[in-house]
Design a protein around this ligand. Structure first.
Ligand code: M6R
Length: 613
């Protein structure tokens, strides 16, 4: 969603800030803005649309000497919540006096009452945003000490924030704070960079400080002083990012999404490496922080997540049921906390999230902890809020996922869930021999995926035949049902084709009414106990004139015969096969969207991590 960058140091702040905003573009946004502090004057430039527009506009309207000189500034990419994506609504926002500039991620829930109060004191607002209200509130609290003013203002607001504030009256500092929206501070040599996401920092330094909720920091070029909202100093260690900039660049691919699809043999190998125990026929997931005795005491697993991560959880539900013989449930994270879930200390709650910042998933984690459940996470972004708050879990090691449409995170999530099921299963009724067989299957996943990626050209040719379809139905049964949901999500996100995923058995209960000559039905019908029934559903669709694209198992001539087109994946355990089957559908969506000329990496209206409810 929105992105924040702040810089104070000896370099050219405008270049650092624009570079940082560009690295945050993947998060999804619709306008951008920048404030530079030159001596004791704040200059602001804002523009709807892309960061490139902002850069051109700022350079056209500002004096080149000022741009060269300014060593302090804050910048923002906005994903509209309060008011449309106009120049007036873009951040930074100024306070009433024009001395203070603020960028903000999150939502100030009580902004209306604060705005009314300030208006009655004579404040004039130029935007529809909640952020401008916070800027005015800070200005209203400012009695000559910016830190105190920010603290006083934050005590009055309800909601979530990640902020960076500068003042022309105190030019040597940036104040930053967070509650519910991430802030990470890069500690360089004679320079400090603030960002909402480490990818804006890693070109400058690997050394970072993650703020926790209700931390407020005074940042100078040489120091970071972190306090709580009551002004007590708090210690936040410096961590190493361990990422290189190449991981966040396209590396010759046309889109990040294509790069990330192609990276999967490697990202999966990273997720699996060192985590299989071929002696015991089990897995080693030390981050779970559980002894065999702890595991034996778990009576139920509840998985929470949103979007693609929710679909991974659904595959996990099948895996835990079939392999671990343990009752498993999946809950949409947003729903979870509002349903007063019944949880206790025999429940393992697993929060699944690529970003580790999704607001609903984080709220579910907090609710589960409150109820005394054993909580852990499967997260990709190291140091993210969910990873830190759960304290135990398994990192996906998929590397930075820049494309808004999630691909490699999903396959890593599923592979880790399979290993988790294996571990839990071995503590129950799964025998060593069964465990050894499954461990070998899991180890082969990167190869299975490689063989799907080799079919990229063929899949692109198939995609060309469906590029004009405006509707698509994805069907599957058993663990291929969530694969169908994920395939449909991917297609709609990036190609804007109306796509729906159904359990294949559900077709006859309603959706079949929509089938007519030429409607696209994508059937995920790989070998497994449910395959024949899925093929039966395919016949029903064909009888109504639908065109069928199958994802099937290599050499399955029976399945080939009922499909108009098919993508074949290698033979594998039905749970393991969910991974190559998903990769086939990722490539199909990608090529359809490419051929339709869509903006693949940053689809309209979408944000990479959804940090508001
Ligand atoms: O970072 P998370 O995994 O928690 O994100 C959850 C969803 O927002 C995310 O998977 C979303 O559905 C993606 N756009 C899917 O491609």
């Amino acid at each position: 969603m929105c992105g924040i960058v702040g810089y104070i140091g000896k370099a050219n702040a405008a270049s650092v800030l624009i570079g940082g905003l560009k690295r945050l573009e993947y998060r999804g946004y619709d306008s951008a803005g920048l404030a530079l502090l030159d001596g004791d004057v704040i200059h602001i430039s804002k523009a709807p649309g892309k960061v490139a527009n902002l850069n051109a506009k700022a350079r056209a309207e500002w004096d080149a000497g000022m741009i060269e000189r300014a060593g302090t500034g804050i910048a923002h990419t906005r994903w509209a919540t309060h008011g449309p994506p106009t120049e007036a609504n873009a951040h930074p926002h100024l306070d009433e006096s024009g001395h203070i500039a603020l960028v903000h991620n999150g939502i100030i829930e009580n902004y209306r009452s604060i705005r009314a109060r300030l208006e009655s004191k004579g404040h004039h607002f130029r935007s529809e945003t909640d952020t401008e209200v916070l800027a005015h509130l800070i200005g209203d609290c400012d009695k000559g000490d910016l830190l105190q003013a920010v603290r006083d203002a934050l005590h009055q607001v309800e909601g979530t924030f990640g902020i960076a504030v500068i003042s022309s009256r105190e030019p040597g500092i940036i104040i930053t704070a967070r509650r519910g929206s991430p802030i990470v501070i890069g500690v360089g040599h004679g320079e400090t960079i603030i960002a909402s996401d480490a990818s804006a920092i890693l070109a400058h330094t690997q050394r970072v400080i993650y703020l926790d909720d209700n931390d407020i920091a005074v940042v100078t070029a040489d120091a970071v002083d972190v306090r709580d909202l009551n002004n007590f100093p708090v210690t936040r260690e410096i961590a190493e990012l361990g990422l290189d900039t190449a991981a966040t660049e396209k590396g010759g691919y046309e889109h990040f999404m294509l790069k990330e699809i192609h990276e999967q043999p490697e990202s999966l190998a990273n997720a699996i490496r060192g985590r299989l125990d071929h002696q015991l026929g089990s897995s080693v997931l030390s981050g779970m922080g559980t002894s065999p005795r702890d595991l034996a005491e778990i009576l139920r697993v509840v998985m929470v997540g949103c979007g693609t991560s929710l679909h991974a959880a659904m595959v996990g539900e099948y895996a835990l049921g079939d392999i671990a013989d343990i009752p498993a449930e999946v809950r949409q994270a947003a729903d979870f906390r509002y349903r007063n879930p019944i949880l206790g200390n025999h429940d393992l709650v697993v929060a699944i999230s690529q970003s580790g910042e999704t607001a609903d998933t984080l709220a579910a984690v907090r609710e589960a902890r409150q109820k005394g459940a054993f909580v852990m996470s499967l997260v990709n972004v190291v140091g993210s809020t969910i990873a830190r708050e759960t304290g135990r879990g398994v990192y996906l090691h998929a590397g930075p996922e820049i494309s808004v449409a999630s691909t490699k995170a999903f396959t890593s999530q599923v592979s880790v869930l399979l290993m988790m099921a294996l571990k839990l299963g071995r503590g129950r009724r799964f025998s060593r021999e069964e465990g050894l067989r499954l461990a070998l299957e899991i180890e082969a996943i990167p190869e299975l995926v490689r063989s799907v990626i080799k079919q990229d050209k063929l899949i692109s040719e198939i995609a060309a035949r469906y590029v004009d379809n405006e509707h698509a139905f994805y069907i599957g049964r058993g663990p291929m049902y969530p694969v169908a949901l994920e395939g449909a999500l991917k297609l709609k996100e990036i190609s804007y084709i109306h796509a729906e995923g159904y359990h294949a058995a559900e077709l006859k209960h309603g959706p079949i009414a929509l089938l007519q000559k030429g409607t696209l039905v994508v059937a995920v019908a790989c070998e497994g106990p449910a395959k024949d029934k899925t093929l039966g559903n395919v016949e029903e669709c064909r009888a109504r004139g639908a065109r069928i694209l199958g994802v099937i198992t290599e050499g399955d001539h029976e399945a080939e015969e009922v499909m108009d087109d098919f993508i074949a994946i290698p033979r594998a355990h039905p749970l393991v096969a969910t991974i190559p089957a998903t990769v086939a559908l990722q490539l199909f969506s990608y090529h359809v969207a490419r051929l339709r000329g869509c903006e693949i990496d940053q689809p309209r209206n979408l944000a990479k991590s959804v940090t508001v409810e």
